[in-house]
Design a protein around this ligand. Structure first.
Ligand SMILES: Cc1cc2nc3c(=O)[nH]c(=O)nc-3n(C[C@H](O)[C@H](O)[C@H](O)COP(=O)(O)O)c2cc1C
Length: 186
């Protein structure tokens, strides 16, 4: 019997190997081609009505874009995200321009899929990613000033992992995820 916290054999090694590191190798570099591949992977994600409601702001250490993002990290994420080779700010197009009209009912959902693509692509390139929300959303929004209708959702730190998977990555069982929506569950 496999341990309930071990992935069942048969799922793809890229999925088994993925984890969110809390340490990155500060000497690692993601070159232009690498950045392009990560964005390309996101670009090919599915989206409702092919609405592609995602957008990104990227910066690597030493670049002005990185300098604009760094001051808005929360202390908890600055501890490790600063050493990542690439920071990606993720945005979704939630509304049509400055109206309250939804651009897509699935805008945030589709952004999540694009990021999932990006993280698997990163894994395939020998890189690790750590998504996070620990940053000053208001401050970063003021700094980047996205177009009306666009909202910053999250950030992703990408680089060479300098640690292994952390404690507390337990997953609920498949039985739970099949029953939780309909039973009282835990
Ligand atoms: C939308 C989102 C926001 C997250 N925010 C944070 C965060 O602010 N700080 C953090 O350390 N990790 C953050 N994480 C990472 C999760 O804690 C992590 O994915 C989860 O614990 C499972 O671990 P694993 O990715 O190693 O499997 C976030 C992940 C997602 C998808």
């Amino acid at each position: 019997m496999p341990h309930p916290q071990e992935p069942l054999s048969g799922i793809h090694p890229l999925l088994v190997g993925r984890f969110s590191p809390y340490r990155f190798d500060p000497s690692a570099v993601v070159d232009d081609h690498g950045v392009g591949l990560l964005l390309e992977a996101a670009r090919w994600a599915p989206s409702a009505g092919n609405s592609q409601p995602w957008g990104f702001f990227v910066g690597r250490p030493g670049e002005p874009e990185h300098d604009r993002v760094l001051p808005h990290l929360a202390p908890s994420s600055a501890r490790w995200a600063t050493d990542a080779s690439l920071l990606v700010v993720t945005l979704t197009r939630r509304h049509v321009d400055d109206t309250q009209l939804l651009y897509s009912e699935f805008a945030d959902y589709d952004l999540g899929q694009a990021i999932a693509h990006m993280t698997v692509q990163a894994q395939a390139m020998g890189l690790a990613s750590h998504q996070f929300r620990a940053f000053d959303l208001e401050g970063l929004t003021k700094e980047l000033n996205p177009n009306p209708g666009w909202a910053i959702v999250s950030m992703v730190a990408v680089g060479k992992a300098a640690d292994g998977p952390s404690e507390g990555r337990d997953r609920r069982s498949v039985a739970h995820l099949l029953s939780a929506p309909w039973s009282l569950g835990e």
